[in-house]
Design a protein around this ligand. Structure first.
Ligand SMILES: C[S@@+](CC[C@H](N)C(=O)[O-])C[C@H]1O[C@@H](n2cnc3c(N)ncnc32)[C@H](O)[C@@H]1O
Length: 347
């Protein structure tokens, strides 16, 4: 392939990633209404207004009726509301230190919402004010998201097909934009790899890599085998099959920081050649992008994670802490996948 053709394909891939971000913004736009309603239900515009037109995070935490175990959700919710203009955020420095505090102000939009009322507290507002340990999804369905997929075969198949479709999209870009991450790799295990779409595509592109997929029993038992990829049923919290590379695509954002550390600790133990390039490859979001559309998709996805799972879309400083706690020494973030990044993490 000549250089010009290669550049055209590269541009096509960049456009596709931007288009994917745009599509995610459309898909998740309902979360703006949910977050706005929640802001009114919790009395955020009033709290800021009564505090003289601006309020810091501790001041809001002191006024809003949030349950103690949901307080850490407030900065994420405020960040999302700021991103589409409901509030304005100023970062103020504390004295001469480098510590910063967010101070929130009303915008013309939220000024209209002072003294607005909503009838009863629903969904997100209800969850934030309740000390229930379930996710909003768990409160509505009486079980967590993964138990739900285990109970509803039709939904599970639909979910896995959707994930596989995303994997086909992503793997094509990974293979073309950063094939070097697979150099010298003899084996790879895709943890939480669903029906194996990603692992199959990697095995096709790099036939010398022996690929495995680990997923929950109900996912593995419903997946036809092909003899190329080996499927293992299990729980990544307790066991990860050994391989040179452990891949986690779109998995860690489903879990709390503590669970991410548990999963990554298992992954670290599973790496076979720790001295010679063995690593974990993560494909997930690192919040922050110069593209407004990509940032909006990332922040929307973060609120989606708040409603469905115990996870979140981390910023780089969150990943840094998680990696160190799981015993890894260094990492490299490659922001080549639009809304998501490819992160190599070394033991
Ligand atoms: C968001 S999906 C991502 C699937 C795939 N990695 C992809 O990106 O297409 C998360 C996957 O993690 C799996 N999973 C959830 N809990 C698990 C556990 N305890 N052990 C292994 N896999 C798990 C789910 O069944 C699901 O396939």
């Amino acid at each position: 392939m000549d250089q010009k053709q290669d550049e055209i394909l590269k541009k096509d891939r960049a456009e596709l990633l931007q288009a994917q971000a745009e599509l995610w913004c459309h898909t998740f736009c309902y979360l703006k209404s949910i977050a706005l309603r929640c802001a009114v239900e919790l009395g955020m515009p009033n709290a800021i207004h009564r505090n003289g037109g601006s309020a810091s995070l501790p001041e809001l935490l002191g006024t809003l009726p949030l349950a103690a175990n949901k307080r850490s959700c407030l900065p994420r919710l405020m960040r999302f509301l700021v991103s589409f203009g409901i509030f304005k955020e100023d970062i103020s420095r504390e004295g001469t230190t480098t510590t910063t505090t967010s101070v929130y102000q009303l915008t013309p939009v939220s000024r209209l919402l002072v003294d607005a009322s909503s009838r009863g507290i629903f969904v997100l507002g209800n969850w934030l004010t309740s000390s229930d340990e379930n996710t909003p999804f768990g409160m509505a369905h009486g079980m967590d998201f993964w138990d739900f997929t285990g109970h509803d075969a039709e939904y599970s198949m639909l979910f896995n097909k959707g994930m596989a479709s995303d994997s086909h999209f992503v793997v094509n870009i990974v293979i073309h934009e950063c094939a070097e991450v697979f150099v010298g790799v003899r084996s790879l295990v895709d943890v939480g790899g669903g029906n194996g779409a990603m692992a199959k595509a990697i095995a096709d592109a790099f036939p010398h890599i022996k690929c495995y997929v680990l997923d929950l029993p109900h996912v593995i038992h419903g997946t036809p085998t092909d003899g190329i990829v080996e499927f293992v049923a299990g729980d990544m919290m307790h066991f990860v099959p050994s391989a040179d590379v452990v891949l986690l695509k779109f998995v860690l954002h489903d879990w709390s920081d503590e669970d991410c550390v548990r999963i990554l600790t298992q992954c670290k133990q599973a790496i076979t050649n720790k001295e010679e390039g063995g690593k974990v490859i993560i494909i997930d979001t690192v919040i922050g992008s110069p593209s407004q559309q990509i940032l909006e998709a990332q922040l929307s996805m973060d609120i989606c994670m708040m409603t469905l799972t115990t996870g979140k879309e981390p910023e780089e400083r969150d990943w840094h802490k998680i990696f160190l706690e799981a015993g890894f020494t260094r990492y490299k973030i490659m922001p080549i996948l639009g809304v998501r990044a490819l992160i190599e993490v070394y033991p």
